[in-house]
Design a protein. Structure first.
Length: 150
């Protein structure tokens, strides 16, 4: 999976070539995603590119190109895990969709304020259609482990 999350303004598009060092372009790429804001390409042997070209293995290089018509800030994540974790950015909405009974994972790190305490935050899920649940697990750093490493 390759995901491109826009941070702030901009609307970059994602282009991918497989198997050699050809540079993907807007006019010529093996795979692409050019929706509004954030992009995602799920790559597996069922992807039309692999089916159409009768390719039986995904072993080899993937060359990624990102195109934007104006200045863009983004986070690019490539994952080959069964359950990839996408990184969330402060004050940036993430548009996503998923199949029924599928679970998608995200991570976000709560930074400290000037007093050294974690900042308060708000977690919001707006469902456009269908039903969704949201679960949150926290990670508490072991202070003893931290001080023993110093």
């Amino acid at each position: 999976m390759i995901s491109l999350s826009t941070v702030g303004s901009g609307d970059p598009d994602l282009y991918v070539n497989f198997g050699d060092d050809r540079l993907p372009t807007r006019e010529s790429s093996d795979m692409k995603s050019s929706t509004f804001k954030s992009e995602i390409i799920t790559i597996n042997l069922n992807h039309p590119y692999f089916k159409t070209n009768s390719i039986k293995s995904m072993k080899g290089p993937f060359v990624i190109g990102i195109y934007g018509v104006k200045r863009s800030n983004y986070t690019l994540v490539v994952s080959q895990e069964k359950y990839p974790i996408q990184l969330l950015m402060d004050n940036t909405a993430l548009k996503a969709s998923q199949e029924p009974f599928e679970i998608v994972y995200y991570a976000w790190y709560n930074m400290q304020n000037d007093n050294g305490a974690a900042k308060d935050f708000k977690l919001s899920l707006t469902v456009k259609n269908g039903l969704a649940d949201i679960y949150l697990t926290t990670y508490i750093e072991n202070e003893n482990a931290k001080s023993s490493e110093s």
